[in-house]
Design a protein around this ligand. Structure first.
Ligand code: BGC
Length: 757
């Protein structure tokens, strides 16, 4: 492309930016006709973000300042532009918007309705500012506690992640705002994030890292997916045809646009060819590369047409609401929701002698130690502009407490332990532990208050998992408040006073030590830098040697003690859960598991019922000790009130991926269905024998180029277990409970230990 023509085009498009109408409606019947009318240059402009053709601060018609990007309008054929804004913790623009809790905290609510509601409110604010697509939800797996963007992501578990993401997408799209789920895939570390080569087995990919994305695509049909900037088994995610075309589109049925991660650019032609349709935020270089690639035959115009048509399709979806008046909404309601979801996502970790809740009548004076001004959220894409900064002492004062001028006058101490988080950096190992000063503060406050028979509550204001085992018994209460958004202070006060009964449960395990996590030797534990001529481990490449053993799948299977298990959370009341009952239908492999929950305590509260399944082992195919396969949160139950929770399930949901046959397989054998309050607190179980195995062949994609010596349980254990499973497997009828087939995992030894023998 010659420079003069580019300059003319640029002038032309700047004009376009201010004149192309947003009230054009584009119906699907016209997509092909629009495409036919377009020149090569126009198609190249359409798939290159607007920043290529205008100064970064030029606004499109109807676009709000501070949006992350936009498509390029093509005035000649009256094709409008659409704009993208960041999230997912709220609408990120220059203007002021509601800052909701981080993704991790939303997941800890285990409440999909709540998450859908939050996304709807974000969509209302987006619509009011002319934003067409929200860049969220973020849904990568929290592989290691030190992952820099964990706070934006939901969980270490793919099922919980998939359900939360699907709810979020539904909330946005039902209000006419597109969702762009991100970052597809394997953005599990920030160190070297734009080139790091994640080396992962196909099984771990399918079961752990891609499962949530598969669920969200199948269940809620997002309009867009953002490719990640890292590589997967040697190929950039944004240039991987296997990932973006074979898997995402052909296998899962995705019919939207793949948008690049901002600034990702190795080979633009390879990206478009692979199915990465839109290059954001766009650059002159990208535009020229596309024209050059078509002219030289490296990219056919037919391929470019496919990308351009998909972008037209996205413009079409967005256009169907352009005429509507900006959506009316009440900011007060949004703020109230931010408060409610922060309270519902907090996890009460300790509460000795039922210390909490407390009243201002009984404990009039309180003191706050540590950071009184709370950290509302993480830095980067999910930072929202707000003037509402949560301050704990102010919130406690609003709830009726007096803030003691001198520590000695306080009846109760609140100690805040804070950890910020930011996009672009992983947490250093030191961030996992309390600092010397924090330790001293905690010990001093606990000692002096306890000497006077006064109580201490610790508030953890953190974006990620931290060490708790060595000090969690010091305070009287420990409340995990995550990065709670702008209403975090008031939400803490709601929990402290009992205005809201805590109902949050951990969406991730809290290990005793960071090094206990199976990925710890394959994760950047300190700042790493590139070295000339050398591939730096955990920076240039990362071997996912832990395979499927992420989070509780590792701790449970390998019998490793944790400080708090996945799914854990205390409340102010007590619940009883009956053993699960299983009803099998004779068609379509359908079944239902029913669990009855009763509030047996003396306060109203909501229970989270978690259903885990242990699948039988066949041959050398390992299975984790348990996997979350369903969950539900009850309504607020009054003391004595009961709710019956029903989980509809299909057998295929219990499949594991078999690499040898490239298929999802539901093995025949005995399945154990365990319900409970956490992965470690199973209150009841039932078993069912599946006579026939089910096999679903899929395409062999994303293979490793060389083995990575994945973590495995001891081989002899398998032989033993397979024998045991065969001998105990009899055909079972509904409601028959079997505890006899629970695996004896004492024989499991980590590969690392085995290697030393
Ligand atoms: C981030 C995304 C973000 C985008 C636009 C990218 O670099 O990884 O999360 O949505 O920039 O700001």
């Amino acid at each position: 492309m010659n420079k003069k023509i580019f300059a003319l085009l640029a002038i032309f498009s700047v004009m376009v930016l201010s004149s192309c109408g947003r009230n054009v409606k584009i119906f699907s019947g016209t997509f092909d006709r629009i495409l036919k009318k377009m020149t090569l240059e126009e198609k190249a402009m359409l798939v290159t973000g607007a920043a290529a053709f205008s100064p970064a601060d030029t606004l499109l018609e109807g676009q709000a300042a501070g949006a992350a990007g936009a498509t390029t309008p093509i005035e000649r054929i009256n094709l409008p532009a659409i704009s993208f804004a960041d999230g997912p913790a709220g609408l990120r623009l220059d203007s002021e918007h509601t800052w909701y809790p981080c993704g991790t905290m939303l997941a800890c609510s285990w409440d999909t309705e709540l998450v859908e509601n939050v996304a709807s409110r974000i969509a209302e604010e987006a619509r009011s500012k002319g934003v067409d697509v929200m860049l969220g939800p973020g849904m990568n797996i929290q592989r290691n506690p030190l992952g820099g963007r964990n706070f934006e992501y939901f969980s270490e578990d793919p099922y919980l992640t998939g359900k939360m993401a699907a709810a979020y997408v539904n909330g946005l799209q039902d209000k006419g705002v597109g969702a762009c789920v991100k970052h597809f895939a394997l953005n599990n570390q920030e160190s070297g994030r734009s080139f790091n080569n994640a080396r992962v087995s196909p099984r771990a990919l399918r079961e752990i890292y891609l499962k949530g994305f598969e669920m969200v695509v199948r269940e809620s049909r997002p309009w867009a997916v953002m490719s990640s900037t890292n590589r997967i088994n040697g190929v950039y995610a944004s240039q991987s045809e296997a990932l973006l075309t074979n898997l995402l589109r052909a296998e899962w049925g995705f019919d939207g646009v793949v948008v690049s991660g901002w600034g990702a650019a190795d080979s633009i032609a390879a990206m478009l060819h692979a199915g990465n349709d839109l290059i954001e935020p766009g650059s002159r270089q990208a535009y020229e590369d596309i024209i050059g690639a078509v002219e030289s035959g490296r990219l056919s115009e037919a391929e470019l047409n496919v990308n351009a048509r998909r972008v037209i399709d996205l413009l079409g979806r967005c256009s169907l609401k352009f005429e509507d008046a900006p959506m009316q909404h009440s900011i007060e309601e949004h703020i109230a929701l931010a408060r409610r979801c922060a309270a519902d996502g907090m996890v009460l970790l300790e509460n000795k002698d039922r210390f909490l809740p407390i009243t201002a009548e009984k404990y009039p004076y309180v003191a706050v130690f540590g950071q009184d001004t709370l950290i509302a959220g993480g830095l980067g894409s999910s930072t929202v502009n707000t003037s509402h900064i949560p301050v704990l002492s102010e919130a406690l004062a609003n709830a009726g407490f007096h803030i003691a001028e001198n520590a000695e006058d306080a009846d109760v101490a609140f100690v805040v332990i804070s950890r910020g988080a930011t996009e672009g950096e992983d947490r250093p190992l030191s961030d996992f532990y309390l600092s010397k000063d924090e330790n001293k503060m905690l010990n001093d406050v606990c000692r002096s208050f306890h000497e006077q028979n006064k109580k201490v509550a610790v508030i953890l204001n953190t974006g990620g998992v931290i060490e708790t085992a060595s000090w969690k018994n010091l305070p009287d209460a420990l409340l995990l408040a995550w990065l709670p958004g702008q209403e975090g202070g008031n939400a803490i006060a709601d929990i402290v006073t009992g205005a809201v009964t805590p109902s949050g449960h951990l969406a991730q395990s809290f290990p005793i030590d960071c090094k206990d996590v199976a990925s710890s030797s394959n994760f950047p534990m300190s700042e790493l830098k590139s070295a000339k001529g050398k591939q730096v481990k955990n920076f240039d490449y990362t071997n996912y040697q832990e395979g499927i053993y992420v989070g509780y799948r590792y701790f449970d299977t390998f019998k490793k003690e944790v400080s708090y298990p996945f799914g854990y959370g205390l409340t102010y009341t007590t619940f009883s859960m009956d053993d699960p009952e299983l009803f099998e239908y004779r068609f379509k492999n359908l079944m239902e598991v029913v669990v009855e929950v009763t509030n047996t305590g003396d306060m109203p509260g909501r229970a989270v019922v978690q259903l885990y399944v242990k699948a039988p082992m066949r041959g050398m195919q390992e299975k984790p000790a348990k996997e979350l396969r369903a969950f539900a949160k009850t309504k607020e139950l009054k003391p004595g009130e009961t709710e019956i929770v029903t989980f509809p399930l299909t057998k295929t949901e219990f499949a594991s991926y078999n690499e040898a046959s490239c298929s999802w397989i539901v093995d025949s054998g005995t399945y154990i269905f365990m319900s409970g309050n956490s992965s470690a607190d199973i209150t009841g179980e039932t078993a069912r024998y599946f006579e026939k195995s089910i096999s679903i062949p899929v395409e062999d994609v994303l293979a490793l180029d060389s083995p990575i010596n994945e973590l495995r349980v001891r081989k002899s254990f398998f032989r033993e277990h397979v024998r045991k499973d065969k001998s105990t497997s009899t055909k079972r009828t509904t409601n028959q409970v079997s505890k006899s087939v629970t695996p004896d995992t004492t024989a499991i030894v980590p590969a690392a230990v085995l290697n030393q023998r």
